[in-house]
Design a protein around this ligand. Structure first.
Ligand code: ADP
Ligand code: MG
Length: 208
């Protein structure tokens, strides 16, 4: 299994479906510790990404992710749009034509770096990084052990879910949730929740 152009496009489409189906939950999480727009923001951004992919017909997996990233930057809004958008752009640049499991591990690493560099969030700041960083590490470990894109994707989802759960007792130090101080404690971070969905979409479209 490789992440080729069609699979990369399928990843974005599936991410859109999963986010749209869970829009209300993402909004509820963002209502608790933010401004209640995360579900709507990301649904709008991924819808725009899907339209852009239909129009552009990318000729490589990397180009598909870069196209999606651009749409996320221009149409998602909020903090998450530029962060996910830059993440997908960096992943696409790293991936280029298409990638085997090791290349996808490198692309996910580039996505994480892109988000960290733009947002400046560290581990434990209660952001999407708290789901994505352990997921990328788990993907890499599984990738080396199994050489299996789907298995690595599933390992990443499990680690992202654990990372999401770990955001509950954290106090936010980045984004709007940080304005709440200690009142941000006791809730899942919405961006960490959407990261689980994005990675689940990758695991699903790479199933044999
Ligand atoms: P906004 O905060 O502008 O309303 P969204 O609601 O779309 O944007 O997204 C909020 C999510 O973005 C948060 O739950 C968090 O995961 C993520 N986030 C916010 N700021 C940062 C940052 N500096 N670095 C990484 N992630 C961040
Ligand atoms: Mg918000």
């Amino acid at each position: 299994m490789i992440l080729d152009t069609a699979t990369a496009v399928a990843w974005i489409r599936r991410a859109y479906e999963l986010v749209r189906a869970d829009e209300a939950r993402l909004t509820r999480l963002d209502t608790a510790i933010g401004d209640g727009d995360h579900g709507a923001n990301l649904t709008r951004g991924l819808a725009a990404a899907e339209i852009a992919l239909d129009e552009k017909q990318p000729d490589s997996a990397g180009q598909a992710l870069i196209t999606a990233g651009r749409s996320l930057i221009s149409k998602t809004g909020g903090a998450s749009g530029p962060l996910y958008g830059n993440g997908f752009r960096q992943a696409g640049k790293e991936l280029r034509e298409e990638g085997d499991v090791a290349a996808v591990a490198d692309a996910l690493e580039a996505m994480l770096r892109g988000i960290e560099e733009l947002g400046g969030a560290l581990h434990g700041d209660k952001t999407m990084v708290d789901a994505l960083a352990p997921a990328v590490a788990a993907f890499q470990t599984s990738a080396s052990a199994t050489l299996d894109l789907h298995a690595a994707g599933q390992a990443a989802v499990a680690a992202a879910e654990a990372g999401l759960a770990a955001t509950v007792p954290m106090q936010a130090r980045k984004g709007r949730a940080s304005y709440l101080g200690e009142r941000s404690i006791g809730h899942e971070d919405p961006g960490a929740a959407s990261t689980v969905l994005i990675l689940r979409a990758l695991a699903e479209v790479t199933a044999p």
